[in-house]
Design a protein around this ligand. Sequence first.
Ligand code: CAA
Length: 286
Amino acid sequence: MKVAVIGAGLMGSGIAQTFAQAGYEVTNIDTFPASLEKAGANVARLFEKKVAKGKLTEEEKKKILGRLTYSGNMEDVKGAALIVEAVPENMELKKSVFATVDGLADPDSILVSNTSGLSISEIAAATKRPNKVMGAHFFYPAPVMKLLELIRGIATDDKTYETMKEIAKQIGKTTVDAPELPGFMVNRILVPMQNEAAFMVMEGCKPEDVDNAMKLGCNFPMGPLELTDFVGVDIMLGTMKGLYSGFSDSKYRPCPLLENMVKAGRLGKKSGQGFYRYDENGNKVG
Ligand code: CAA
């Protein structure tokens, strides 16, 4: 079975890698050549590390990478039974991608969005096959995190949902049925906590104290601020804004410090600075 993943950013490239590791032929499509180049280089580096650690043989690595191709041409969605969209969280952009893909993809193909909280029904309405559209929300890093949130839009049919659930099993993910509401399930709980952690820094707490509190007090693998840097301050703020506007509830008010950090270009690990500083290899330096 062939899979196409649209978007070669942090999520898209990880999702493409996940499918390739599970034995699928995958084309990772992005209209920005620089994104494709970066995605290819990152995945190659990751697999080299796995070989060096003895977790994978050189032959296995070659096989997996051989199933993964990169393309700048949307026409390459043709022949894919499943198309996963993972472009930035912007409704107009997502609708335009879905309308284009709908016109090019095989009539039976399933189209899923990796949106972390936008309306699946609205995205589906941009296509002529809303019954074959649903949400499949991966978590970062996609090859590692075991969860896949499944979100049905108003028109999603049972066959599409059951097929996606079966595919999720084949790629080693456990699914939960999340409601079609802002933030779905995980982000509705997780992101307000990260937002609260940012408020505490704004009030004068040290980032390392806030993170240590949650790592040592709750056994979190990463503190909420480390996680914000890891996923991207802009991404986290975008999700918080989605909760605020989606529920029209002041309890989701985004922390002003996050707004200022994004304006200043402090986007986390990917920009070299967020709540912490990072070197060019993404290692924390302060
Ligand atoms: N991409 C792909 N694989 C990665 C990776 C990445 N960015 N980072 C780490 N990995 C892999 C490594 O290759 C390694 O694999 P092997 O065991 O096969 O070698 C494995 O993950 C473990 O990595 P490390 O030993 O280097 O590091 P670790 O044990 O400290 O684990 C972690 C790293 C898995 C990221 C862990 O710190 C963790 O679970 N953090 C929390 C992540 C989290 O909460 N994610 C959810 C984010 S919210 C979200 O995604 C919502 C959204 O809408 C954006």
